[in-house]
Design a protein around this ligand. Structure first.
Ligand code: SF4
Length: 562
């Protein structure tokens, strides 16, 4: 499909294009403003660099405000869709005005970088680790940053824009659904964390059942997906809630042995390891500064998480030094996870170092148990190595081991995926993360022109993953979605009771501060009014630049928590 959007709200072009992509591949997308554009509008519409060509179909958008109503209309071919919404009133004009009533229904303030996995890939390799920015950092982002929201007027402006955006997306969704006859599994949801919507419903006094139903009615989320969210929220409610004087700590090891085909992680191949010593020197400095900052600000440590990259890509000596320094800077966390990741980097000595420093949870990530696929995606280990490493970790005393898999890897069928799940079931991990392949712009798969697998096949793999989790006695406990995901599915973390990773939930639900150290890591401060105010301080991603500028990274974090 090639589209030229003619709109009075060009700043929404990106989000509207995302709605189209729920239904069709969009080969080209251009934007023509039907009103005089502001500088802000022009800047936001710039991503749509496609020039208008004769073979583009016009998508007409009208948006008018009259008699206290917004009326939004889209026209494509002979199809017309229209929705209306009361214009939100500014705060103070009326008690309990529309602004307040509508506020909770809108998209959460979530300017986070794409939640990547600790093992590096954006939402594939490990439990998500959004402390590393991705090449698609607008993924679950809301356009406004929290700095904009310092008083009621700003909050009103923010909500006003969000509601406009929501109305337009829903109207366009109606049109696309009528025209295509398709119903995407997550309905009209794009650029938003689905669990947050359900929590919003709960905060308005709805029961979980009613909240889940409301997501189906309001956003056309399929009943299956609404049920999944329902179960996730039930699980999350059993976990210890964070408080404002707690923080998680994330340490980034941005090195990998080789690069996997689906990975867009901006880290370094470890090569001969020349960068490791200077990197650890800088990282340890930042960790010490972070310890001081936590002490000064009275922040109590909740979860400690070491991700990357592949932390176990470090050699044994460097890895042992990292463990020792992490344990001494951040003693006695509620949980301590190391995203060990690739089985070929995990040795007995590294496992013993983790045990010695009270690591409570590790990941051993197969991604697939099919050797042919492992070769195709550039992972130089075998399925047998994964099993061997897992068993060694168990034998040494790890009681909480996560495994990650990816549904929809190149060339794989549901039967291949079922084979992977059978071998994983035999190992009986304590948690399981079922990712869906996403082809990111800077990944090798994208550069090679790979396409996503067919939606039904991926949906079947996701179902097999869910079934395996159930056989292992697990329940879903966190979920996130990304752009460019096969079959428009999702990534889900499943766990046995008692093995949920708090850090994963904190990241996804944005409920807790994160002090992040290392290249590419992003610290986050969550304020009491978190729907309106979450602030971040990113570290630079390039390892050499990080080493040179570590003092500046420390100052950024200090300023964030001032
Ligand atoms: S290259 Fe592979 S191991 Fe490294 S971060 Fe990316 S996906 Fe993980």
């Amino acid at each position: 499909m090639k589209i030229v959007l003619k709109t009075p709200l060009p700043r929404l072009a990106n989000e509207l294009c995302d709605v189209l992509k729920l239904f069709w591949p969009v080969e080209a997308f251009a934007v023509e403003s039907t009103v005089k554009q502001t500088a802000e509008d022009a800047a936001k519409a710039q991503f749509t660099a496609s020039p208008v060509t004769a073979d583009m179909e016009p998508l007409r958008h009208e948006f008018v405000e009259a008699d206290g109503l917004w009326r939004c209309t889209f026209i494509l071919r002979e199809y017309v869709a229209e929705r209306t919404m009361p214009v939100p009133l500014p705060p103070g004009e009326h008690a309990k005005c529309d602004f307040e009533l509508e506020y909770g229904q809108d998209e959460p303030s979530d300017p986070s970088a794409t939640p990547l996995t600790a093992d590096g890939i954006p939402m594939s390799e490990a439990d998500q680790d959004p402390t590393v920015p991705s090449d698609d950092s607008d993924e679950e982002a809301i356009e406004e940053t929290s700095e904009d929201v310092r008083d009621a007027a700003h909050a009103y402006a923010l909500v006003y824009k969000r509601l406009q955006k929501r109305l337009c997306k829903l109207a366009l969704y109606d049109l696309c659904k009528a025209l295509s006859g398709k119903r995407p599994p997550w309905g009209s949801l794009t650029g938003i964390r689905p669990t947050r919507l359900l929590y919003e419903k709960l905060s308005k006094g709805m029961s979980l059942n009613d909240g889940a139903k409301a997501l189906t009615e309001q956003f056309d989320v399929s009943p299956d997906k609404a049920d999944l969210l329902h179960r996730i929220v039930i699980m999350q409610q059993t976990l210890p809630a964070p408080s404002l004087n707690e923080a998680d700590v994330y340490l980034s090891i941005p090195f990998c042995r080789t690069r996997c085909a689906y990975c867009s992680f901006p880290g370094e191949a470890i090569g001969k390891g020349g960068l490791v010593a200077p990197y650890l020197h800088a990282l340890f400095h930042e960790m010490e500064a972070t310890t001081g900052l936590m002490r000064e600000r009275g922040l109590k440590l909740r979860a400690l998480y070491i991700g990357g990259g592949t932390p176990t890509a470090l050699d044994e000596e460097a890895f042992a030094a990292l463990m020792a320094h992490a344990a001494s800077c951040f003693p006695n966390p509620y949980e301590f996870t190391v995203e060990a990741g690739r089985p070929d980097t995990i040795t007995e000595s590294k496992l013993r170092a983790m045990l010695a420093h009270k690591v409570t949870r590790i990941s051993v990530n197969p991604q697939t148990m099919n050797d042919q696929t492992l070769i195709a995606i550039g992972r130089d280990h075998t399925a047998a190595q994964t099993e061997e490493t897992f068993r060694m970790a168990r034998a040494l005393g790890f009681h909480d081991i996560n495994m990650d898999v990816i549904a929809g890897l190149p060339g794989e069928t549901p039967a291949d995926f079922a084979h992977t799940m059978e071998r994983i079931e035999a190992l009986s991990p304590d948690s399981l993360t079922v990712h869906t392949l996403a082809i990111k712009r800077s990944s090798r798969l994208h550069l090679e022109g790979a396409t996503l697998p067919e939606g039904d096949a991926v949906a079947e793999m996701v179902r097999i993953g869910e079934e395996t989790a159930a056989k292992l006695g697990m329940e879903p406990y966190y979920l996130y979605r990304q752009k460019y995901m096969a079959g428009q599915q999702q990534n889900v973390g499943y766990t046995r009771v008692g093995a949920a990773c708090l850090y994963n939930v904190d990241i996804m639900e944005e409920t807790n501060a994160i002090l992040a150290c290392g290249a590419g890591a992003i610290s986050k401060r969550v304020f009491a009014d978190r729907e309106l105010r979450i602030e971040r301080a990113p570290n630079v991603t390039n390892v050499t630049v990080y080493v040179e500028r570590v003092h500046e990274m420390e100052a950024r974090k200090e300023a964030l928590f001032r």
